[in-house]
Write a protein that binds this ligand. Structure first.
Ligand code: PLP
Length: 459
């Protein structure tokens, strides 16, 4: 077959120079950082695959938008541009801007959740679950079992399992479920999509029980791309059309615009219900800012409006996901165990298999991320027992089935050569895996401990 590669639908106009470090410098830097890649100085990092959040490269049009900022306290022109763009592309009638995704989660959780409620979701997300818990709710995982199996090749690992969902209603009753939270391209499952068929069934289920359907739409465009590639009947639809169809099936959404919408900061809570909107407006002034800026500068709202339009272009998504697949395939060809199918925003290394000598209670994924940094200055992130945290009631560690290291690809930032270097480094660490030691906490924060926890090696 004639080969047709994905290539970037852009060219590079400006570059950011990187500092190259020595092995000795990196060994010192990771110890100073308590073996936590979140605590490294960015300057000491060569290829930064910590996250795809807020680290994308904005386009010349977005930068031009920055210059068009209307920094009025109230009623900024850029707010209306953003608001109208969200309605046009994502279907939601009302938008409350927030400083980022968790700001929206906080407001939504406070409005909707009462003490003792249950919030089902297709796998937890760190900040989402925490806000649900702070509001008095309990998160309940209703994702299909395949999502917890790293080498299951299920094309839609983000799907909801209705046996689990119905069991929850039977046990607690629909009145204890204020809403269901459905994430598109489920981050913690490895960037795995939900199918439109499954989402339509969730819609019908919500209608049956009178339960609201909330959309964590942080990665909706990536999800739409996978639907276009994999789901029967969507091959001829554009990413833009599929994104709209997904959103229109849901009642409200929280968004971290730092991901899909390719801005450095920003997010929103959007909805169709006017009463919910009015309540959100009351809270946004307490926690974020006036309802027409909510913690964002006018210029950032402008960049977001433009970023939303760019994010749903087929060419953009093909190169975006194409680059992730490229890295995944390099690693797979070398026999590195990675989560499959490859995710939309990241490749996840299976730390349990790479470091079989380290038991989960000694944080193999955390140790692997630290070792990768020392090897080559590549910064990755732990997504395993450290991220999962402790059960707030029993104090026990959650022991997730998935013990992963995430190599997250920022949008439009790195080249194919950076991916080559990354794959080579992972392979080198894996060859010397027996030298990697297990870890223990020297400092463990109570909440979201993966951000600021510190560790030492166990001999
Ligand atoms: C990043 C993220 C959030 C939180 O958004 P922030 O902008 O980091 O506050 C929520 N849900 C998902 C799925 C995310 O990836």
């Amino acid at each position: 077959m004639e080969k047709r590669s994905w290539a970037e639908p852009y060219k590079i106009k400006m570059v950011e120079l990187l500092k190259m470090t020595t092995l000795e410098e990196r060994k010192k830097a990771i110890v100073d950082a308590g073996l936590n890649t979140f605590l490294l100085k960015s300057e000491d990092v060569y290829i930064d695959l910590l996250t795809d959040s807020g680290v994308g490269a904005m386009s010349d049009r977005q930068w031009a938008g920055i210059m068009m900022g209307d920094e009025a306290y109230a009623g900024s022109r850029n707010f209306y541009h953003m608001h109208d763009t969200i309605e046009e592309y994502y279907s939601y009638k009302y938008t409350v801007p927030t400083h980022q995704g968790r700001g929206a989660e906080n407001i939504l959780s406070q409005i909707m959740i009462s003490e003792g409620d249950f919030v089902p979701g297709n796998m937890y997300f760190t900040t989402t679950r925490l806000h649900q818990e702070i509001a008095g709710g309990h998160f309940v995982d209703v994702i299909i079992d395949e999502a917890h199996i790293p080498d299951s090749e299920h094309p839609f690992k983000g799907n909801v399992d209705f046996i689990k969902l119905n069991k929850l209603v039977d046990e607690v009753g629909a009145e204890k479920i204020p809403y269901i939270c459905i994430a598109t391209c489920v981050n913690m499952a490895g960037g795995q999509p939900i199918s439109l068929e499954n989402l339509k069934q969730v819609r019908a289920w919500c209608d049956k029980y009178g339960i609201m359907l909330v959309h964590d739409m942080t990665r909706v465009a990536e999800n739409a791309y996978f639907i276009q590639q994999r789901e029967e009947g969507y091959q001829d639809k554009s990413v833009k059309e599929i994104v709209y169809e997904i959103c229109a099936l849901t009642d409200a959404a929280t968004m971290s615009a730092k991901k899909d919408a390719i801005v450095n900061i920003g997010g929103f809570l959007a909805m169709n219900d006017k009463r919910l909107y009015e309540k959100a407006c009351e809270l946004v002034v307490v926690y974020e800012g006036l309802h027409t800026y909510g913690g964002m500068a006018g210029r950032d709202m402008e960049a977001m409006a433009i970023g939303i339009k760019e994010s749903v272009q087929d060419n953009h998504m093909r190169a975006r996901v194409g680059q992730v697949e490229y890295l995944g395939k390099l690693l797979d060809d070398e026999g590195v165990p990675v989560v499959k199918p490859y995710g939309g925003h990241a490749i996840f290394l299976n730390a349990r298999e790479i470091l079989p000598h380290i038991p989960q209670k000694h944080f193999p994924a955390q140790a692997l991320a630290a070792a990768l940094y020392v090897e080559s200055g590549i910064r990755a992130m732990e997504r395993g027992v450290v991220s999962a945290g402790r059960n707030q009631e029993t104090g026990e560690n959650f022991m997730p089935k998935l013990e992963l290291v995430r190599l997250t690809i920022p949008r439009r930032v790195y080249t194919q050569a950076h991916m080559d270097v990354t794959a080579e480094s992972v392979v080198r660490v894996m060859k010397n895996a027996n030298k990697v030691k297990g870890l223990r906490f020297t400092y463990e924060p109570k909440m979201l401990r993966f951000f600021m926890g510190r560790f030492e090696e166990i001999d």
